[in-house]
Design a protein around this ligand. Structure first.
Ligand code: BGC
Length: 254
């Protein structure tokens, strides 16, 4: 019999959905189907913590730690911003809150940062050197930034300014749906954003993740930048995978 593989439960908290799956960390893949429910509205800390507890019923045999991606600036387990979730999250110790509600040890980091960890280790950024920017395109725009494989956390490139607003409101997948843009129209907008990022950071690679990454063939012909742009290998699954990887990395540091 082969060695028993390392399995950790990963959660991905989004402005629209909450996702969870057991992750096989040795093989870099989901060990169970992904469970997905809608984020409670309003998305207060109490309501989200309760929803997580409810989702955990699916994994009643699992007693281990939980990794979690969260859609805000995260510093030492505490949320420091709230763009697509209730403002009450700002200053909340998310790790302590979820641990209290569920009895599990939680390790929580920015959602795009953890999605990036999965893509860099097992996915589209495997073995990529230099500067890699992973952009998650969903309710908001998240960014995970890597230099020679090392994460530079909380870069928040979705909040760079565009005209009198932030890019996220102009180019997220939610903006595409809200404004009823065709893929061509949206692709042109996203190209403006990529050009801006390219000028500022001279990256070696962009990886596009989140909902819109599944449709890249519909809009990539609009891109005019010199930097290579690829779709995330795990698309919307990088969040749960990277969350479990993040938990593992924090456990190692102790
Ligand atoms: C938040 C980021 C998050 C991104 C994707 C943005 O609005 O500020 O922290 O990574 O949405 O969820």
């Amino acid at each position: 019999m082969g060695k028993k593989s390392d399995v950790i439960l990963g959660f991905d908290i989004g402005g629209t959905g909450l996702k969870a799956a057991l992750i096989d960390l040795d093989r870099g893949k989901l060990a169970t189907d992904k469970q997905r429910i809608l984020t409670p509205q309003p998305s207060s800390p109490k309501a989200v913590a309760k929803a997580i507890k409810e989702m955990l019923k699916e994994y009643s045999g699992y007693k281990g730690p939980i990794g979690c991606g969260f859609p805000s600036i995260m510093r030492k387990g505490v949320a420091r911003s709230a763009a697509n979730i209730e403002k009450a999250w700002i200053g909340t110790d998310v790790e302590a809150l979820f641990e209290k509600e569920t009895g599990h040890k939680f390790y929580v980091a920015n959602d795009a940062d953890v999605a990036g960890l999965a893509e860099m280790k097992f996915g589209a950024g495997k073995d990529a050197d230099g500067t890699v920017i992973v952009l998650t395109i969903g309710t908001g725009i998240g960014s995970g930034t890597f230099l020679d494989g090392e994460l530079f956390p909380n870069t928040e490139f979705g909040h760079l300014l565009y005209k009198d607003n932030i890019y996220e409101h102009h180019v997220s997948n939610a903006a595409r749906k809200r404004l009823d843009l065709s893929w061509d129209e949206w692709g042109e907008r996203f190209n403006t954003y990529l050009n801006h990022l390219e000028k500022l950071f001279s990256p070696d690679l962009f990886i596009l993740g989140g909902g819109a990454s599944k449709k890249m063939e519909q809009y990539q012909h609009k891109f005019t930048i010199g930097t290579k742009v690829v779709a995330a290998k795990f698309q919307n699954d990088s969040g749960v995978m990277g969350a479990a990887m993040y938990a593992k990395s924090r456990m190692k540091k102790k």
